[in-house]
Design a protein around this ligand. Structure first.
Ligand SMILES: C[S@@+](CC[C@H](N)C(=O)[O-])C[C@H]1O[C@@H](n2cnc3c(N)ncnc32)[C@H](O)[C@@H]1O
Length: 196
């Protein structure tokens, strides 16, 4: 992503590799925006508090996180990972946890955090994006880049592909192999602004 993004660099746009949970601006900024990334790290209250330290007066925080830990794509992956032969394949550490389930808070909790950080204005809402995907394979292709990455990291490549095959069969059963597949995607969007 970063390599592709370099094509868009300009005198006022640069891209840097870094960990969002420890990022700090060198000079105060007007906006910190995180799209579909904060879910990867724990302790959102602490991360948002550290981002707020980088904001100038009147600065804004704008964040979007997935809120789909309850979706069949995520629940079925976790179920399968807790069954043999996969359970043993993960070894003593066990199957990787779903970061969305572990890290993403409720909308009202984000509202409270923004209030406690001193935001004088805020909007927090849950939005459902009603995607229609061509078939179950398209659903699997989508989640290969999201919730399945935790299994790709934890399993050898061959075992991971076997996992994806079993996972696809389960998803097919779940969606009764109907095409297209209705794929509602819940996301939380929140925005807060500091006083001038
Ligand atoms: C779903 S993508 C979203 C990318 C981009 N914000 C967008 O909206 O297209 C999530 C990105 O978060 C990155 N990521 C995961 N953990 C991170 C961390 N601790 N610090 C910074 N980036 C992280 C991943 O590498 C991935 O590129």
């Amino acid at each position: 992503m970063l390599t592709a993004a370099r094509a868009y660099e300009s005198s006022n746009v640069t891209f840097r590799d870094g960990d969002l949970s420890t990022w700090r601006a060198t000079t105060p900024v007007d906006l910190v925006l995180a799209a579909a990334s904060l879910q990867w790290v724990p302790d959102h209250a602490a991360v948002l508090a550290s981002w707020k330290e980088s904001l100038a007066p009147g600065g804004q925080l704008a964040v979007q996180v997935p809120a789909n830990a309850h979706a069949p794509t995520h629940v079925i992956a976790t179920e399968l990972a807790n069954e043999e032969p996969y359970l043993s394949a993960f070894g003593a550490v066990g199957p990787p946890h779903d970061p969305v389930h572990e890290n993403v808070l409720r909308p009202d909790e984000y509202a409270r955090i923004l209030r406690d950080l001193g935001c004088s204005d805020q909007r927090v809402f849950l939005r459902v994006y009603p995607h229609e995907l061509e078939n179950v394979d398209a659903v699997v292709s989508w989640v290969r880049g999201t919730t399945l990455t935790r299994f790709a990291r934890a399993l050898p490549p061959e075992a991971f592909e076997e996992f994806v095959r079993d996972y696809t069969l389960r998803l097919r059963r779940h969606y009764r192999d109907v095409a297209p597949v209705f794929f509602p995607f819940s996301r939380i969007l929140f925005w807060g602004q500091l006083p001038d």
